[in-house]
Write a protein that binds this ligand. Structure first.
Ligand SMILES: C[S@@+](CC[C@H](N)C(=O)[O-])C[C@H]1O[C@@H](n2cnc3c(N)ncnc32)[C@H](O)[C@@H]1O
Length: 227
């Protein structure tokens, strides 16, 4: 059977309704799992109790906040291209009392030339599927990680069919607003398959990273950037 073709979606989330719907949704369980996975990846890469992470496409900064709560010695640079998302992030970071450890940066994760620092951990959740062309994103992931640094990128993967995408939306977002269910469905159609992600990584010189399906809808890319 032919795999379902990808239907890209708009890259930056800056519509008011979209931002509000995303902020109001409860992603805590997925976000907490992602923060824990990121810290385990950093641990395996030899990071100690103190470290620097960068979160690409941070949205409302919920993952940096969880990461800082789990690991009090860590600091995070949290990047998003959307001004309204960063406003939501600022509000959340201040409410969590973490403004001294989470730096918010408005920028395009595909070209962050102003950021020269190398990070112990490069992290991203649910950004990859927004990108029409992911090649520059992976080049930035490679450039931003210190030699031997950890990478943890989590995203949706594309289901085999639209019918399967509809089933996934009903299973995991049946109680959410219509707008959020539509966004989720569109994101599933825009997502890459694990095979496509493996190909992207090989092209970017990141072929040593592992790609695994970790649920009925998520894949995880993890490992270390070769020194
Ligand atoms: C689905 S949200 C995920 C937010 C967050 N990572 C989370 O898991 O809650 C995707 C985010 O990526 C941002 N984004 C999309 N393209 C981007 C780009 N090229 N550079 C930086 N951020 C981008 C969007 O504005 C949006 O806030």
């Amino acid at each position: 059977m032919m795999a379902m073709a990808r239907v890209p979606e708009p890259e930056v989330m800056d519509g008011d309704l979209e931002v509000r719907a995303y902020r109001q949704a409860d992603f805590r369980a997925v976000n907490l799992t992602c923060a824990r996975r990121a810290l385990r990846a950093a641990d395996r890469a030899g990071a100690g109790s103190e470290g620097r992470a960068i979160d690409l496409g941070t949205g409302p900064a919920e993952i940096p906040i969880l990461l800082c709560e789990l690991a009090p010695g860590w600091r995070v640079t949290a990047v998003d291209a959307s001004r309204p998302m960063l406003e939501a992030a600022r509000w959340n970071v201040e409410r969590a009392g973490l403004a001294s450890r989470i730096r918010l940066v408005q920028g395009d994760a595909k070209r962050l030339r102003g950021l020269r620092r190398r990070f112990d951990l490069v992290l991203s959740n649910s950004l990859l599927h927004h990108l029409e062309d992911p090649a520059p994103f992976w080049r930035e992931v490679r450039r931003l990680a210190r030699p031997g640094g950890a990478v943890l990128v989590q995203d949706l993967f594309r289901p085999a069919s639209r019918a399967e995408a509809r089933r996934i939306v009903a299973r995991h977002a049946g109680g959410e607003s219509r707008l959020l269910r539509r966004l989720f469905y569109r994101s599933l159609l825009a997502a890459f398959s694990p095979e496509e992600v493996r190909f992207q990584l090989r092209v970017a010189g990141l072929g040593a990273l592992e790609v695994r399906r970790v649920s009925d809808r998520h894949l995880v890319v993890r490992g270390r950037v070769r020194p």
